[in-house]
Design a protein around this ligand. Structure first.
Ligand code: AMP
Length: 144
């Protein structure tokens, strides 16, 4: 299965935040949208970075005054992105190896088309496994 199939069912909405936003704004946005990471962007389309709950935890654990920090100071700037044609299996492996749970999907120009989380991938894999199980049960019961 390709990422395009996941985006076709979950939609292309990506919550972004400006790099100059404060950590308080970041906390409010993560809570308001009930997500674990936001793409950092100045225009809602190009990618400056990504910031997740884990970055917030690190900031609060290590900085004496975390509320004085801006999102740009805690985000990851080198963002791993994938095209619509990327395969879910391939991405699952990369996310496991590199220990991140979010991958923005972009076009050739680097514009945002959506975001895929490890939760979306687990959901799509479970759907696939269920279809395979039903096909096998049909084959066993009716002989194909
Ligand atoms: P996550 O598991 O997505 O909460 O993120 C764990 C760490 O990886 C955090 O420091 C994130 O900023 C970073 N991160 C998350 N997604 C990506 C990505 N697609 N590319 C690079 N770093 C990422």
């Amino acid at each position: 299965m390709k990422l395009s199939a996941i985006l076709a069912s979950k939609g292309s909405n990506v919550v972004t935040i400006d790099p100059t936003a404060s950590l308080r704004e970041l906390l409010l946005e993560l809570t308001r949208h009930n997500v674990g990471a936001l793409v950092v962007s100045t225009d809602g389309n190009s990618i400056s970075g990504i910031v997740s709950e884990r970055d917030l935890v690190h900031a609060f654990a290590s900085h004496p005054d975390p509320y004085s920090l801006a999102v740009s100071e805690i985000m990851t700037s080198e963002v791993f992105v994938a095209p619509l044609e990327a395969h879910v299996d391939e991405l699952m492996q990369i996310m496991t190896d590199r220990r991140f749970r979010h991958v923005p999907v972009t076009d050739d120009a680097g514009s945002l088309l959506g975001i895929v989380s490890i939760g979306d991938i687990v959901k799509s894999r479970l759907g696939e496994l269920e279809s395979e199980r039903e096909a096998l049960m049909g084959y066993i019961t009716h002989g194909g």
